[in-house]
Design a binder for this molecule. Structure first.
Ligand SMILES: Cc1ncc(COP(=O)(O)O)c(C=O)c1O
Length: 455
């Protein structure tokens, strides 16, 4: 009600006693709820008077749309990516540079129960029946989730993979040949750059807006100039900016690519982490010609480390299933069956609701830390989901240098250049807010702020 404007700054909230009465909860529950809202800086306690809605803060400006060079290039960033991301594995380092949410946000005990029971009841013949495209039951559950978005994706189109990353790599191999050019966002997920590098592809980086995603006019020009073979785009909760392309723009994108016979590899690893109660559907929902290869994952929303993902590959399904067999034969069957059982009976939606709420609250706290500690002049968008903040610092900042200095203090960050084929975004940082926002995290942001002031 505060965010929607029903409760306005200065309005008094119901007293603890009246909430206990109307909600039939204990005083400690109400106090805990008010504590969370205070932590998110939405309300404040006034001595001997009660709780009030706080004055909203003026949000920091957003970064502008990116302006990459409009030429095609070879990629060579893998060493830089490995060097900078290695640091994140150390548990004693404050994980602001981590690509993962806190592992403590996931239902491990429940997953273990489903995994154990499905392994105990596994039909030995299913190891043969479930070779690619994968477990029928899991594919049925995935198809049912598409159906909830109003999409009819048949189970015969779904191929189970080891995480979204395998799905994306197989998709890229299926629709390109070495030397081809693909269009990517700028900035983009470094996994996309590494895949292009490994397959010997050229990339053309398309200007990307931090709220609305890729610039379709620039894409149209690039397709005409470079005979682009495929696009690899994160249309929902783009990594690292958090942009969600509006549905109408997704529709235009699909129709533009279909008219040019360009395949769309849709990297949708974060789709389930949208905070909105009416999530944006994938571009795949507008695909009439089977040109979209939609890649999903359970790594970010349910079971990190289980390495389970999928691709709904449209007209490329048969070809991609063969490549899956050639590259890794199949994905672990007990894992597929355990997750299928969890989706069927394990209150997945209740877990997702809790996870999204937790991530939204952590995001507010992280934005607040940044606001208090970073030197003025930075820009940041407030993504409508996920757990990253993409921050543009003053032009003089060198984020690779910030990364080195922060590591000495036991803090990691992800520096901007790992998100670009040409190592642009030298003054950008990606900060992870997927961990419970503790005083230690706030202190780490303060120390980062001190580093940034030196430039
Ligand atoms: C945008 C994006 N796509 C794909 C992946 C890989 O997902 P998975 O862990 O399911 O392989 C990641 C992981 O960081 C990601 O950020």
């Amino acid at each position: 009600m505060i965010r929607g404007g029903t409760l306005r700054p200065g309005d008094q909230l119901p007293s603890v006693r009246s909430l206990c009465h109307t909600r039939r909860v204990s005083p400690s529950t109400v106090l805990r709820a008010y504590e969370i809202l205070e932590f998110d800086r939405l309300i404040e306690a006034r001595a001997r008077s009660g709780y009030y809605v706080r004055e909203p803060r003026k949000p920091a400006p957003e970064p502008a749309a990116s302006t990459p060079k409009s030429s095609s290039t070879r990629v060579a960033v893998s060493d830089l990516v490995f060097d900078t991301l290695d640091a994140v594995r150390d548990r004693d380092v404050v994980p602001l540079g981590s690509a993962f949410p806190s592992p403590l946000l996931f239902p491990w005990a429940k997953l273990a129960r489903f995994l154990g029971s499905s392994a105990r009841h596994m039909d030995p013949w299913s190891t043969v029946d479930s070779l690619p495209p994968g477990s029928i039951e899991l594919r049925r559950q995935i198809a049912r989730r598409y159906l909830r978005l109003g999409m009819t994706v048949g189970i015969e189109e779904i191929i189970v993979t080891s995480g979204a990353l395998e799905a994306l790599n197989l998709a890229l191999q299926t629709v390109t040949r070495p030397g081809d050019t693909i269009a990517i966002e700028s900035p983009t997920f470094y996994g996309c750059l590494q895949a292009a590098e490994r397959l010997g592809l050229n990339v053309v980086e398309i200007p990307t807006h931090p709220q609305e995603g890729v610039d379709l006019d620039a894409l149209t020009r690039a397709i005409a100039k470079y005979s682009v073979r495929a696009c690899w785009f994160m249309t929902t909760l783009h990594h690292p900016t958090g942009a969600i392309m509006p549905a109408e723009k997704k529709r235009e994108l699909v129709s533009l690519l279909a008219s040019r016979e360009v395949a769309l590899i849709e990297d949708d690893a974060y789709a389930e982490l949208q905070f909105s109660s009416s999530p944006s559907p994938p571009a795949k929902s507008f695909d009439k010609r089977g040109m979209v290869l939609h890649c999903g994952s359970f790594s970010k929303c349910l079971a990190p480390g289980y390495r389970l993902g999928w691709v709904a590959a449209g007209r490329f399904t048969r070809d991609l299933a063969r490549r899956k067999i050639e590259s890794s034969l199949a994905t672990s069957l007990p894992i597929q069956q355990g997750i299928a059982a969890m989706l069927r009976r394990g209150s997945y939606d209740a877990h997702l609701a809790r996870l999204r709420e937790q991530l939204a609250s952590q995001q507010s706290a992280a934005l607040d830390s940044v606001r208090r500690h970073f030197p003025p002049g930075y820009r940041v968008a407030r993504p409508a989901g996920g757990y990253f903040l993409w921050i543009e610092c003053a032009a003089a900042v060198d984020s690779l240098d910030v990364h080195r200095r922060a590591l000495v203090l036991g803090i990691s960050i992800a520096p901007g250049p790992i998100f670009s084929a040409r190592r642009q975004f030298g003054n950008f940082l990606r900060i992870n807010c997927g961990h419970p926002w503790t005083p230690a995290m706030d202190r780490a942001v303060q120390q980062l702020g001190e580093i940034l002031r030196r430039y």
